[in-house]
Design a protein around this ligand. Sequence first.
Ligand code: COA
Length: 171
Amino acid sequence: MPKIAVFPGSFDPLTNGHVAIISRGLALFDKVVVAVTVNPRKTPLFSSQERVKLIEEAFLGEARLEVRILEGLLAPWARDLKAVAIIRGLRALQDFEYELQMAQMNRHLAPQLDTIFLPTEATGSYISSSLVKEVASFGGDVESLVPPHVNEALLGRFQKLVEPSGPGVEE
Ligand code: COA
């Protein structure tokens, strides 16, 4: 039986931190299924389909990676996929409490699933998708924090906001 792991998240958008966790997941498991979640507490910049495409584009040619949209509960969904593990990246201590709660709840819902925490690279501990979006929205440089095609997607999305307004134009 191939060992399948699920890596869930909002991925709005994919960052180099996520890319590193997916790559490390592929080194540990036979297959990684990235679950792009619909989080009712977040208003996404990119649609679920756009987020899926951005992830797929980062791993073109990687047959052991699958990207799917998840609209419901993670644990039964992952169990139905015959996954053995849920992968989560841990960036800093503040992630831990929330992650532990989720891991315990998921274990309660699907006891056959384990959560594997992968510590992020030291350089990635300050990255989050929200911060990347905020910096990009003000025209800041996020080129080294996201894959090139994600940077382009961000530039395209925020282009209107960073275009200088003409002379004499006031709010
Ligand atoms: N590199 C860069 N950023 C990272 C990262 C890494 N390695 N790991 C986490 N992050 C960032 C994300 O970019 C995200 O930033 P944002 O909040 O600015 O968007 C943040 O850390 C954490 O978000 P994410 O990993 O997307 O998780 P989440 O908190 O939005 O959702 C789910 C967590 C998807 C696992 C959870 O909501 C879920 O399981 N949903 C399905 C419904 C369900 O089963 N609920 C019950 C759960 S017990």
